[in-house]
Write a protein that binds this ligand. Structure first.
Ligand SMILES: *Cc1c(COP(=O)(O)O)cnc(C)c1O
Length: 467
């Protein structure tokens, strides 16, 4: 095709009003808001004008502009926060929303979202109630603590605890525990934001009880222990056990707070995962306060769980920040139901998806992988080399960093085109399917796929192949 005269091209740009009379545009108005469509028509016309002015003199038609505009409108109208199929095998995948909820928790969220609720209403008296009651006694029951509360996330739990218990005073913490958790949670920064002064003791690899003892002054408000979460030190290392900190705290009259990070309520080692301290162990050891996340290994909604001595929890509940970091009713509903599932420590591994996924055996995942591979081969004959290979899954969420969880994945090699392109096209689908590339193959780990997700993956691949 010969190059066109730019001035003639600019003159031939359609008008918004003319585009609005087109059949394809009017029928799009059934599903798309008019203002959005008009905006997108303007945008498509102006983008084309810019291209011509920048020297792109390829010919175009009104049809081209209209379909560009409708594509823009569709993109802008698509929901931003939406479902993704997680085929990465990373169970607590922070970027993909960490934990998915148990069905009973989802039902409870829907119920309180669509109805008025007992959020702050005491039914027997007909009077104002407290939003703390919905989870407090459950947390106490599951941890053995005297009192408890739940807040927006564990980061806010740490911030509020430091502010309420140590503002303007000193908090002693081991240098080996000054961790950074994904995103922007860093112990020294949270400490500064809380108004407490951090007193670092020990060295990176070794901290002794005497380091804490020597740092205690009349300004000391708290002894803090922080879970190293996303890293492990090996070799010549030493940490002070919680019991020893508790003994020191009791002797000097200083409360002890353990930030456990993950919020573990059951013995994970019993199902073959690495040992993780539980909240009830911290309470039993005598900690005045312990906190953990709701959506890491606990497998519930985003939340921060605080359990401890009644007097300490009372100070937290009455601190101004408690109102700032309080939970909304949907989260409270999900948290209450998730916690209640922990009353049966055996069934909980079946019912809470995060625990279920983490404890699926390699053989069980292998059977799922074989089924998925067979379905892909059947729906997309000749399009991929389909293999089932051993791999490792990860806990994610900054938890269990040393746990290589043996798994089986489906490994796809496209017969035509590149694996990079395959990964991208699956990711750009609806819903996006997120896998990972290794050794020029696309790996799909059934550990993090629901049965319904597997269907979605097969259909997405079939659609790609037929396109
Ligand atoms: C993850 C983590 C936090 C932050 O918890 P969120 O629930 O993500 O806010 C705080 N402390 C430790 C030790 C953690 O592992």
């Amino acid at each position: 095709m010969t190059a066109e005269d730019p001035r003639r091209l600019l003159r031939s740009l359609p008008k918004v009003d003319d585009l609005l009379k087109r059949e394809d545009v009017t029928s799009a108005l059934v599903a798309l808001p008019r203002g959005l469509v008009v905006d997108s028509l303007r945008q498509a016309i102006s983008e084309r004008r810019e291209r011509v002015l920048a020297g792109d003199v390829a010919p175009f038609t009104e049809d081209d502009i209209a379909s560009e505009a409708l594509a823009i409108a569709q993109r802008r109208n698509a929901r931003s926060l939406r479902r993704v199929v997680n085929a990465t095998g990373i169970v607590v995948h922070t970027n993909l929303g960490r934990s998915i909820l148990a069905p009973a928790a989802i039902d409870a969220v829907a119920e309180v979202a669509g109805s008025y609720s007992t959020l702050e209403y005491d039914v027997p008296s007909g009077e104002r109630g407290s939003r703390h009651v919905h989870v407090e006694s459950l947390i106490c029951e599951l941890t053995g603590a005297e009192a408890a509360m739940a807040v927006n996330n564990n980061a806010s739990a740490v911030l509020m605890a430091l502010a309420a218990l140590a503002q303007g005073r000193e908090v002693i913490v081991s240098r080996g525990q000054l961790v950074e958790i994904g995103g922007s949670f860093r112990i020294p920064d949270i400490m500064a934001a809380s108004g407490a002064t951090m007193v670092e003791v020990g060295t990176t690899n070794k901290t002794h009880l005497r380091d804490y003892e020597q740092a205690v002054t009349e300004r000391t408000a708290l002894l803090l222990k922080v879970h190293s979460s996303n890293y492990r030190m090996v070799g010549f290392t030493q940490e002070v056990p919680l019991e020893d900190l508790v003994a020191l705290g009791a002797e000097r009259g200083i409360p002890v707070y353990e930030d456990q990070g993950s919020g573990v309520l059951v013995d994970l080692a019993a199902l073959g995962l690495p040992y993780e301290p539980t909240m009830s162990e911290a309470i039993k050891a005598g900690a005045d306060l312990v906190s953990g996340s709701g959506d890491k290994l606990l497998g519930g909604p985003q939340a921060g769980i605080l359990a401890g001595k009644a007097e300490i929890i009372e100070r937290l509940k009455t601190h101004p920040l408690a109102r700032v970091v309080r939970l909304d009713k949907m989260t409270l509903a999900a948290l209450e139901v998730t916690l209640a599932l922990y009353r049966d420590p055996e069934k909980v591994f079946e019912q809470v998806p995060t625990l279920r996924m983490l404890t699926m055996t390699k053989e069980e995942v292998g059977r799922r992988a074989e089924g998925l591979a067979a379905a892909i081969s059947e729906r997309c004959p000749g399009s991929f080399r389909v293999e089932v290979v051993p791999e490792t899954s990860r806990a994610g969420g900054g938890a269990l960093p040393m746990a290589d969880i043996p798994t089986c994945v489906v490994a796809l090699t496209p017969v035509e085109g590149s694996v990079v392109e395959l990964e991208q096209r699956l990711r750009m689908g609806s819903p996006p399917v997120v896998g990972r590339i290794k050794d020029d193959r696309l790996l799909l780990d059934p550990r993090t796929l629901t049965v319904e997700d597997e269907q979605v993956v097969v259909e997405a691949l079939a659609a790609l192949v037929s396109a």
